[in-house]
Design a binder for this molecule. Structure first.
Ligand code: SF4
Length: 597
């Protein structure tokens, strides 16, 4: 891993670790799907010891894939596992600290004593790892930072970085180099900022450890894929990331094709066409700041990014629960049969011929058409540009007209960097025309289209660029599928909320209920509550911390028992699982957050 090796793919089993054969069989399914490593939870010493049986059975069946033990709260379990498996993941938030939310003020002396404690607990593990050639992942999660870190840095990306750096510095001092570092969060923007900060900090301290990327509790289906691709893809596009895990609330082997596709998107980028140099001083990559743009109709300014989708006549039968703001009309459509209640964009020729007098039709120009053709719409004109166009000439032509929106396309094989470079040129020239990010694909599979488009565009929105999104595909996906993907990318980038957000863990050997079934039951009954974030977590040990900023939480407390949270506060403890979904709905209602569908 690391250096010039390919991006390594991994997943984690969700079977009980003491069930050797179930765990072995799931490891095999994950390995056969193409994983380079498999992670197994080891909550206690017994489970850590049983890793030896799991490994031996795998070896007997011809599988030598490296195994990783996942440790929380139990240094002794880490020490046992380190003598058996190839890597041990420890969480700095709970390796030495028990999170009590008690002491939120630490004097310098108390703070340094805590670091000393980490040192003491970590040294025995480093010794065993050195003896056995075992690697360590220092795996920080946004939701489980220690009280000490929160006291100094808050629940912030810098807090996550410092949490890892405390452990990294000790390993480095002990000349222990078999390290990999991860900073994960379910909030994609925080996850991206934290990893950028980590790399910056490591460079400053002359450290170059590999980085493991993942978005925690990403959920399932379309949401899980888009959220993971937005976070992981944004960082891979920055050149950050040596191994990845896509955490889906699905069977673990289902994560592997998604992760492989994500990694493959970036494998050929070095060979891209030249991209103009960017002046990185123009923007702080560690904080979110929206690029300022003027408002043109409902685009730019303080408006949330808009969605454009290609129109086809299936719209009338298609269940478009969320509408795009604009439909693009391809030439050849019968414009007389269009529903009246939408806004449409069409090429200049057709607009002039059929629709220039209609208030809800807007023209779409090429750069040359805009510069040399006199007719313009009074309120809104779309002009397509790319990073190759002569920006100066176009800007001169647009100058003084407050009714232009740019559609930014790209032909570069590294389209992300190409489009980002265009935005930097606009920043440099202080040009604040709104810009729609446009990408064109030819995918046959909807899931592949979602992963590609999220990893291509999500990072630009995380950077604060983009006043809208227009993704297209040569194969005719329905307008509802395109719109849903676009809105998913905007939501994952945290620039526009259009649906209930589910923060559901991928499940593991600690999980106390059927997470996939319960997640789908909760989704069915709450998907209209677009203003809420709902956490669905498999265990009480890590769940409450990991669900981070969820408004409500459904957490496995014991076998058959569920605890419900409002924010970070426990509201109902140990409810029988058969009643728990109803009780969750009741809790949402009691707090005035319920709306009828
Ligand atoms: S929150 Fe879910 S994935 Fe995390 S340890 Fe608990 S059960 Fe496992």
């Amino acid at each position: 891993m690391g250096s010039n090796y390919p991006i390594r793919i991994q997943s984690m089993v969700n079977t009980p670790t003491m069930d050797t054969m179930a765990t072995v069989n799931q490891c095999i399914r994950i390995i056969n799907a193409g994983a380079d490593y498999v992670r197994i939870t080891a909550p206690g010493i017994l489970e850590a010891e049983n890793l030896a049986n799991i490994k031996s059975e795998l070896n007997k069946q011809g599988y030598k894939t490296p195994l990783i033990a996942d440790i929380h709260f139990n240094p002794k379990a880490a020490e046992v596992a380190a003598a058996i498996v190839e890597k041990v993941r420890i969480n700095p938030g709970n390796y030495t600290d028990k999170k009590r939310f008690e002491q939120l003020d630490f004097t310098d002396l108390e703070y340094n004593l805590e670091i000393e404690k980490i040192n003491e607990k970590l040294l025995p593990l480093l010794k065993i790892c050195k003896e056995h050639g075992t690697a360590i992942r220092i795996g920080v999660n946004h939701g489980s930072l220690s009280d000490r870190i929160i006291s100094r840095y808050g629940d912030t990306p810098m807090g996550m970085v410092e949490s890892a750096m405390e452990f990294i510095r000790i390993c480095n001092k002990e000349n222990f180099q078999s390290l990999v570092v991860s900073l994960k969060a379910s909030n994609v923007r925080i996850m991206v900022q934290a990893n950028r900060l980590l790399v910056n900090k490591m460079i400053a301290e002359n450290l170059t450890y590999p980085i493991h990327l993942g978005v925690t509790e990403a959920g399932d289906g379309e949401d899980g894929r888009i959220k993971s691709a937005t976070g992981i893809g944004s960082l891979l596009a920055d050149g950050i990331g040596d191994t990845i895990r896509v955490s889906l609330t699905e069977d673990p082997e289902a994560e592997i094709p998604v992760a492989k596709q994500l990694a493959s998107i970036f494998s050929g980028r070095k060979e891209s066409q030249a991209i103009p140099f960017i002046n990185t001083d123009l923007k702080n990559p560690f904080e979110y700041q929206k690029r300022e743009s003027v408002e043109v109709k409902n685009i730019g300014g303080r408006n949330v990014p808009v969605v454009i989708a290609d129109y086809d006549f299936s719209v009338s039968s298609d269940k478009l629960t969320s509408m795009p703001e604009y439909f693009y009309l391809n030439s050849g459509l019968d414009y007389t049969k269009l529903p009246e209640n939408f806004d449409y964009i069409l090429n200049l020729h057709d607009w002039w011929k059929y629709a220039k007098d209609k208030s809800n039709f807007y023209p779409f120009y090429t750069d040359a058409e805009f510069r040399f053709y006199g007719a313009k719409h009074a309120d809104l004109n779309f002009v397509v540009v790319s990073n190759q166009d002569d920006i100066e000439k176009l800007i001169d032509a647009i100058d003084g007209k407050a009714n232009v929106v740019l559609i930014l396309e790209t032909f570069n094989s590294n389209g992300f960097a190409d489009q980002r470079s265009f935005f930097y040129q606009l920043l440099e020239r202080k040009i604040n025309i709104p810009v729609i990010i446009n990408r064109n694909y030819a995918d046959e599979n909807l899931s592949e289209f979602q992963i590609k488009s999220a990893s291509d565009s999500g990072g630009l929105f995380i950077d604060g660029f983009g006043d809208g999104i227009w993704i297209r595909n040569a194969m005719p996906f329905k307008p509802s599928e395109i719109t849903s993907t676009s809105l998913g990318i905007l939501q994952a980038s945290r620039v526009r909320v259009s649906k209930t957000e589910y923060i559901s863990c991928p499940s593991c050997g600690r999980t106390l209920f059927d997470l996939q079934t319960v997640t789908s039951q909760i989704k069915q009954r709450t998907s209209h509550l677009k203003h809420l974030k709902i956490g669905i977590m498999g265990c009480i040990v890590n769940g409450p911390g990991e669900m981070a900023d969820a408004d409500y939480g459904y957490v496995g407390a014991a076998a058959g028992k569920i605890t419900l949270y409002k924010g970070k506060q426990v509201i109902k403890k140990n409810i029988p699982s058969e009643q728990a979904v109803d009780e969750l709905l009741g809790l949402i209602k009691e707090n005035g957050d319920w709306k009828d569908a």
